[in-house]
Design a protein around this ligand. Structure first.
Ligand SMILES: Cc1ncc(COP(=O)(O)O)c(C=O)c1O
Length: 402
């Protein structure tokens, strides 16, 4: 399967670009849940907030009285750089002055990055292209389109281990490429790029002169081996590599809206310029909470323990039905329900008959040029609720689908 561009320009504000959750609401709106509802749809962590959040916030409450600087306070940038150095085998420490920017959650960063990439990139013959896996986190596509770039979808399927096939991208596309989004661990499939895969991607980026936007917001959610970072394979100058991190999943604070981008300093300088006028800043008290969060691994380990227990349940209850495989990272389960009626049909049935809300895979992906939508036939479950509800939902799913 090869890379492909989307429908012609103008068709890109299509149904498939809308929020998957808005589409799911519409699909389910005419019906009532058949049993007390359990939602496995939105990937919003439900585990407890770390207990230092309130006290640290209270201590720094007066800082709500100041506009925050776009770059982030120095203690935040130092804490994030120190955490990266402890967590990953970096080629050298990240410079907190020039190689880190605070983000209002990784989502807005991933969006604005496409716009900054266009400002940063040298001239290209033809329309600049931004590559992304398919299925993918929707902001990559909207970021690329609103930046005026062509979105090139790289199908991720069971055959390629749910990671884009780097050998399938043609040279004409690579010559126009200014950026490549990769998610590792991936949402929805939980696949993790190996060091070798990352090195190959970095070689391609250096050869063709594009940026790698490595979405690593799930890096701390895993049940066996800790996933690596693209920064580890970026060489001593971190050129062409930008990693996006977030506390939403690591520390169960999705409402706090805090993350960071780290890597290529030339790009980050251009990114900072754009962000200085356009991007949402991060309130200073929240940056202090993040400093405390990056200094503490105990709550992260507890978090992983809770996810591990739920994946143990999934192993027992799902077994090898629906092509289930425990993911290498993240908290999503990607199930093949093509032979149970397909993704939309199954999402409807689970809601109407079992009161379980899941996302149809086709809503998370786009049709390739040949019409193939790599999400069709799959459903995504986010194991974010407590263990009891998760187990109950999985039992109902098996009862309903057989
Ligand atoms: C793959 C992926 N990237 C980025 C995000 C954004 O997370 P946040 O903006 O909370 O950091 C999410 C959230 O669900 C995600 O699934």
């Amino acid at each position: 399967m090869t890379a492909s561009s989307p429908a012609p320009a103008g068709a890109s504000h299509s149904e498939s670009e809308r929020s998957p959750f808005a589409r799911l609401n519409e699909l389910l709106a005419p019906y009532q849940p058949g049993r007390p509802m359990i939602t496995l749809a939105v990937g919003e962590p439900q585990h407890p907030l770390p207990d230092f959040v309130g006290p640290v916030l209270a201590q720094h409450i007066a800082d709500f009285g100041r506009y925050p600087a776009a770059k982030g306070i120095e203690p935040f940038r130092k804490a994030a750089a120190a955490w990266l150095a402890r967590r990953f085998a970096l080629p050298r420490p990240i410079d907190p002055e020039h190689e880190i920017l605070v983000l209002n959650g990784s989502r807005e960063g991933l969006f604005f990055a496409a716009h900054a990439a266009l400002r940063h990139a040298g001239p290209r013959r033809g329309t600049p292209a931004i590559l992304m896996p398919n299925p993918f986190y929707p902001v990559y596509g909207v970021g690329a389109r609103t930046a005026g770039c062509e979105q090139v979808y790289l199908p991720t399927t069971r055959d390629n281990g749910f990671l884009p096939d780097l050998d399938a991208i043609d040279e004409a596309t690579l010559a126009r490429t200014i950026a490549f989004y990769i998610a590792t661990p991936a949402n929805p499939q939980g696949s993790v790029a190996s060091a070798d895969y990352m090195r190959r991607l970095k070689r391609l980026a250096d050869h063709w002169g594009f940026l790698i936007f490595s979405d690593e917001c799930y890096s701390e959610i895993y049940t066996r081996e800790a996933p690596g970072s693209m920064l580890e394979q970026a060489g001593p100058d971190y050129s062409n590599v930008v990693a996006f991190q977030s506390l939403s999943k690591r520390s169960n604070v999705p409402g706090m809206r805090i993350g960071f981008a780290a890597g290529d300093r030339k790009f980050l300088a251009a990114f900072h310029e754009l962000r200085n006028v356009a991007a949402p800043q991060v309130p200073v008290p929240l940056q202090h909470v993040a400093v405390a969060a990056y200094a503490d691994e105990a709550h992260v380990e507890e978090n992983r323990r809770l996810y591990r227990a739920k994946f143990d349940l999934a192993d027992q209850i799902l077994g090898n039905r629906y092509g289930y495989k425990r993911p290498d990272g993240g908290f999503c389960v990607w199930l093949d329900v093509a032979d149970r009626g397909g993704d939309e049909e199954v999402a409807l049935r689970l809601y109407r008959d079992a009161g379980v809300r899941v996302v149809p895979g086709s809503y998370l992906a786009r049709p390739q040029a040949d019409g193939f939508n790599p999400g069709v036939g799959y459903i995504r479950l986010a194991l974010v609720a407590d263990a009891q509800s998760t187990g109950e939902a999985l039992h109902r799913l098996v009862e309903t689908l057989g």
